[in-house]
Design a protein around this ligand. Structure first.
Ligand SMILES: Nc1ncnc2c1ncn2[C@@H]1O[C@H](COP(=O)(O)OP(=O)(O)OP(=O)(O)O)[C@@H](O)[C@H]1O
Ligand SMILES: [Mg+2]
Length: 384
């Protein structure tokens, strides 16, 4: 057995022959016996080792067993070590109760019965072994928990990184498409218009008209693609206008009647916060279009204390909570991760046949309790 796993037993007696007898009696492979002939030596041992048990002679010259026990109790390392007092038959009942007062777990009277002493000591050695195993188990579990927490944190950081990268790439691609393709198409359109104004051949006119229409369609497609990647309105006019615009587009495209309650368009919010809320809003709308079979949609955006809160409610089939929590639901996962990145939350709630409600709440950067918990009134209010 490794020394570190052995139970340390401190034997304190002023008589050297008593100590020797105890050592012979209690020797064993699973324990390590430490001998002290007075209180000072006992305290030194107790400061250097974790003790599984202390056997303490009551009657010692100078500092007696009770005073020694008090000293050992005051010592941080031996504060909780169990003590068995070894008393002579002359010690009376009063001294026995004093022993328990200073923290004894047991009291044995000399002459000691070897079998009794051995079995009592064995109980504490066994207890020590179990404690050691338990401590080891706790340490292993703690370490596993720490690893899970660390890997979770790494995963969040990675997701956050991907979200930022994706947003940057979309912005860059949208700009490229808009600037490069948009301009080339416009120039082409002007050339065709010029050609159309100088028709030497009637067939040329027909051809240029067709080309012109095609270019118009392509310009519209380019705008649509680049707006889908990154709506200009978000950069130019801000979050409120972008949400209003996206809601109108959604109504036009799906026929779902939309009602929105938004702050004044002059309200300006942090860029990262605006991006995040807008992307989450887009995912909510996509889900409504794909899954809800709704006919109505209510959108509300408002500042509540130090947080910006977006509530979207549809009157569709209602999300099933298990579906919302399934590991494969990447859209919802993305919404949660986006919000989490800014210290926010997403709450989704649905009732069969009575629609789905999504509530997104994100701290406004720079406000006093940024990234803190939601205010009481906010929490009490619950979902939309
Ligand atoms: N507004 C809604 N009404 C009804 N069910 C919904 C609504 N929004 C989401 N759901 C349900 O929750 C599930 C998970 O949505 P989530 O956005 O994560 O995945 P998805 O839309 O199926 O796929 P994607 O990963 O492409 O977004 C959906 O498959 C759907 O069953
Ligand atoms: Mg989805």
């Amino acid at each position: 057995m490794p020394t570190a796993d052995k139970a340390n037993i401190l034997l304190v007696d002023d008589e050297p022959e008593n100590l020797s007898a105890l050592r012979v009696l209690l020797d064993g492979a699973d324990r390590h016996l430490l001998l002290a002939h007075d209180a000072d030596a006992a305290l030194r041992c107790a400061s250097e080792h974790d003790l599984a048990l202390i056997l303490l002679d009551v009657c010692m010259p100078g500092t007696d067993g009770f005073e020694s026990a008090q000293m050992l109790r005051r010592n941080e390392r031996s504060r909780l070590a169990p003590i068995i007092f070894l008393a002579t038959s002359a010690d009376d009942l009063a001294s026995i109760s004093r022993g328990y007062e200073v923290g004894a777990v047991d009291y044995l009277v000399k002459p000691l019965l070897p079998e009794v002493l051995r079995s009592k000591v064995s109980v504490f050695v066994d207890l020590h072994r179990k404690n050691t195993e338990l401590r080891h188990e706790v340490a292993v579990r703690r370490s596993a928990e720490r690893q899970v927490r660390e890997s979770e944190a790494r995963l969040h950081a990675l997701t956050s990184h991907f979200i930022t990268m994706r947003e940057k790439e979309r912005t860059a691609i949208a700009r490229e498409i808009h600037d490069e393709l948009g301009q080339v198409l416009t120039v082409l359109k002007m050339d065709i218009a010029w050609l159309a104004r100088h028709p030497d051949d009637a067939r040329l006119r027909v051809k240029t008209d067709a080309m012109s229409r095609l270019i118009d369609d392509t310009i519209r497609s380019v705008r649509k693609i680049s707006a889908g990647l990154r709506p200009e309105v978000l950069d130019d006019m801000g979050l409120v206008s972008a949400i209003a615009w996206q809601t109108t587009e959604f109504q036009k495209r799906t026929g779902v009647r939309c009602r929105s309650a938004l702050p004044p368009e002059t309200e300006v919010f942090d860029k990262d916060l605006s991006n995040t809320l807008f992307r989450i809003f887009q995912e909510i709308l996509t889900n409504v279009a794909r899954h809800a079979h709704a006919t109505r949609l209510d959108v509300e955006l408002r500042q509540a204390g130090d947080r910006l809160v977006l509530k979207v409610a549809d009157n569709g089939v209602g999300i099933v909570v298990q579906e919302a929590n399934a590991p494969t639901t990447l859209g919802l996962l993305g919404m949660h991760e986006r919000a989490l990145r800014l210290g926010g939350t997403v709450a989704i709630d649905g009732e069969p046949g009575a629609g789905t409600r999504v509530r997104v709440s994100i701290p406004i950067p720079g406000s006093q309790r940024e990234h803190g918990r939601e205010s009481r009134s906010e929490r009490a209010e619950g979902l939309p």
